[in-house]
Structures are given as structure tokens and as C-alpha cells.
Design a protein. Structure first.
Length: 272
């Protein structure tokens, strides 16, 4: 039985780390799936001790444990879409890529979590290389932030034109089907603007700018929303547009909790 088993409701799988503070990782992904009326399943790659102030500890799952979780979900329930987040190390990345291929998991969204929005590299260079060359080519779409796009393209990104150039380089260099370079870390007119490139169409996707310090989990939430919309049967470009709109609304109702950077408001309709 492969990953495309038909379910009566849409099912999505997140392969990512656990955030004890509840703002990002699988917690953000599962909330996002639920908002979109998609049943969420998960394969946990690592457990973090973190809160709104930062990450205090990270413990990796074994690659075998990650594989077992993916297989358990796909063999019984099946999924219509999946996303990856923090994969942490080269062994887990390689194992996940192997499972994506072996189980023919559809509609894969790769959030290449390698650099934070502040520019800090989160995984080592060898893990970056495996992610780019093994996992990105399997994705329906990859969603690098500004700093990840810099590493992947080799360009310094300061302008929208730089973002456009990087999207095209990443697409061609790593055989990505679609690249969405995110502008959340940009300043000025580039802030919140994303660049789509699918090999032919180069699109600038703008949205309302939301002035809030509480943006934790934005990247996880966007990629999860894209996966949820794909699981519901939307085409990829529509899925991205709807995901951007969801994130904008979630930012508008971000949660001012803790002493640092709070998370976006995934269930903003309950507060509106």
C-alpha cells in the first residue's frame, strides 16, 4: 500500500521537530492542518526545549524512529500531501528522502529549515548539501527564506531582483519544480513579498504587511498551509495564494504570550 491511499477526509503529514513552546514545528503544523479541516499526522524528527525566548536544548530522534513513524501513517491512513520542516541532520534527511521516494508520497512541500530568519545556520554544511540534492528535487515546492535562498543560490539577497535571481538559480541548480523565496526577513518594499518561479512563470506575490513582533512559526505555518490546501485538492499556485492569506490573518491575530517572540494566531477566527 502506498501513501496515496484514499481517505474520506484529506490527510496531511508533517515531518518536523517538536516545539515545546507550541509556536512552531509540528505544533504549528497540526494547528494549521486542523484550521483547514485536514486531518494532521506527524513524524517527529527531534524534540526541542524552547519557548518564546529561544531554544535551550535539541534531542534528535533516530533515523529508524523517523522512518517508522512515516511508514505507520502511510501504510494505514495514507496522505494526500506532506511537508518537511526541521530535519536536523544528514542521516534523518537521507532517511526521509528515501521514504518519500519509496512510498511515492505526493504533494511534498519542503521548508528547507537550515537558517533562521535572523540568519543563524541551524544545520551543518553536509546536511545542507544532502537536503538540497536529495530532498529538494522530490518536492512539489520548496519555500526557502531569504538566508536559506542565499546559501542555496550563492547570491547575496538585498532586493526583490536578488530574490528573483535566486529563485531561478535554485530552480535550475537543484531541479526544483517550484521555488517560493520568502521575503519575511527582508526590509522596506521587500518585506512580506514572496517570489514564485516554476521554470516559466516568475511571479511577485505581495500581501498586507502586519506590524507585530510575534512572528514565531511563520515559515512552518506557511508551508503547512500550502500542504493543507494541496491535500484539499487545490492546484499549487492557488494553494500558495491561500496559504499566504492565511498567514497574514494569523499574523494579524498573533499571540502576545511569554517574554519574547510569540507565535502567530493559528485559530484567529476564534478571536475575531
Amino acid at each position: 500500500m502506498n501513501a496515496k491511499t484514499i481517505s474520506r477526509i484529506p490527510v496531511a503529514l508533517t515531518i518536523a521537530g517538536s516545539d515545546s513552546g507550541g509556536g512552531a514545528g509540528i505544533q504549528a503544523d497540526l494547528r494549521t492542518f486542523a484550521f483547514h479541516c485536514v486531518h494532521g499526522t506527524s513524524a517527529i524528527t527531534c524534540v526541542t526545549a524552547q519557548n518564546t525566548l529561544g531554544v535551550m536544548r535539541v534531542d534528535a530522534m533516530s533515523p529508524e524512529a523517523v522512518v517508522a513513524q512515516i511508514q505507520a501513517v502511510c501504510d494505514d491512513i495514507g496522505v494526500q500531501a506532506a511537508k518537511t520542516g526541521m530535519l536536523l541532520n544528514k542521516e534523518i534527511i537521507a532517511a526521509v528522502a528515501q521514504q518519500i521516494e519509496a512510498l511515492d508520497i505526493p504533494n511534498l512541500v519542503v521548508d528547507p529549515v537550515m537558517v533562521s530568519r535572523a540568519g543563524a545556520q541551524l544545520i551543518d554544511d553536509e546536511a545542507v548539501n544532502i537536503l538540497c540534492h536529495r530532498l529538494i528535487p522530490l518536492a512539489a515546492i520548496a519555500t526557502p527564506n531569504r538566508y536559506e535562498a542565499q546559501i542555496m543560490s550563492g547570491l547575496e539577497i538585498n532586493t526583490l531582483d536578488d530574490m528573483r535571481d535566486s529563485a531561478q538559480i535554485i530552480h535550475d541548480k537543484f531541479q526544483a519544480q517550484v521555488v517560493l523565496v520568502k521575503g519575511g526577513g527582508m526590509s522596506g518594499s521587500g518585506r512580506g513579498v514572496d517570489i514564485w518561479f516554476d521554470g516559466q512563470k516568475l511571479e511577485t506575490l505581495s500581501g498586507k504587511q502586519v506590524d507585530t513582533k510575534n512572528t514565531h512559526g511563520t515559515g512552518c505555518t506557511l508551508s503547512a498551509a500550502i500542504a493543507a490546501n494541496l491535500a484539499r485538492g487545490n492546484d499549487l499556485f492557488t494553494a500558495v495564494q491561500q496559504a499566504k492569506a492565511y498567514v497574514t490573518n494569523a499574523l494579524s491575530y498573533a499571540l502576545d504570550i511569554g517574554k519574547g517572540q510569540g507565535p502567530v494566531g493559528h485559530f484567529y477566527k476564534l478571536k475575531s
